[in-house]
Design a protein around this ligand. Structure first.
Ligand SMILES: Cc1cc2nc3c(=O)[nH]c(=O)nc-3n(C[C@H](O)[C@H](O)[C@H](O)COP(=O)(O)O)c2cc1C
Length: 205
């Protein structure tokens, strides 16, 4: 029986359990631990399709992804270097910033557009949607066998970088690097405890 056929049953099938186990193994993989190839155009697009399944109050779609192809890395590195210069960094740091544009076999930007003119959908709800989109995007990459990591750093706030990716009202929220993991991804800290869920009882916090 396929995962699709069992998707509505109360008891998870073996296939669904396996999928949940696999999702539970998603950890970030940094650029040092990623090898070629990165996702191809169809794989990036599939991940973006999954991002569209994020809960989106009002259907505002407050996010989009921009893939930076190999041929564009050099132009991006010039922008990173310019940004570092404008932040007053010295020559060594400027060169490090330039090199960061080549991080990761695959690179995409997450651009957020959080509006303040929608009375029923406050900004925090739109940011939740952006985060959920990022998570679905990264989970899709993980299920396709890629390692990935969201990285912001100073470059996302650099004026030149911002102007190259965003129209007015948008913000560069994060970079996403992706590639083939050279080793199994692993948790950064203790993940055994589950302190993030409880069952509410009236009168108790
Ligand atoms: C929008 C966003 C930006 C991030 N930027 C950075 C960053 O610049 N540097 C960094 O070390 N981690 C950054 N992180 C955190 C890592 O992506 C990652 O989540 C963290 O290292 C924990 O690893 P895990 O995903 O395996 O739990 C960012 C996370 C998000 C959601």
């Amino acid at each position: 029986m396929s995962v699709l056929e069992t998707a509505t049953s109360a008891e998870p099938s073996a296939a669904v359990s396996e999928m949940l186990d696999l999702l539970g193994l998603r950890y970030s993989v940094g650029p040092k631990h990623l090898a070629l190839p990165g996702p191809n155009a169809a794989q990036w697009a599939r991940a973006a399709d999954l991002a569209l399944r994020a809960p989106d109050h009002g259907g505002l779609r407050p996010f989009r992804f921009v893939v930076v192809g190999d041929g564009q890395r050099s132009a991006l590195s010039d922008l990173f270097a310019l940004g570092a210069q404008q932040r007053g960094q010295g020559p060594e740091e400027v060169e490090r910033a330039r090199a960061r544009a080549f991080n990761g076999p695959g690179l995409a930007a997450l651009v957020a557009r959080v509006r303040d003119d929608v009375p029923d959908v406050p900004a925090h709800e739109q940011w939740v949607c952006v985060g959920a989109a990022l998570m679905n995007f990264m989970n899709a990459l993980h299920l396709m066998g890629f390692g990935a990591k969201a990285l912001s750093g100073a470059s996302v706030s650099d004026r030149a970088v911002h102007q190259a990716f965003c129209v007015p009202g948008e913000r560069l929220a994060s970079w996403i690097i992706a590639g083939c993991p050279k080793r199994a991804a692993h948790p950064k800290g203790d993940v055994s405890a589950s302190p993030v869920i409880s069952h509410w009882q009236a009168g108790q916090l």
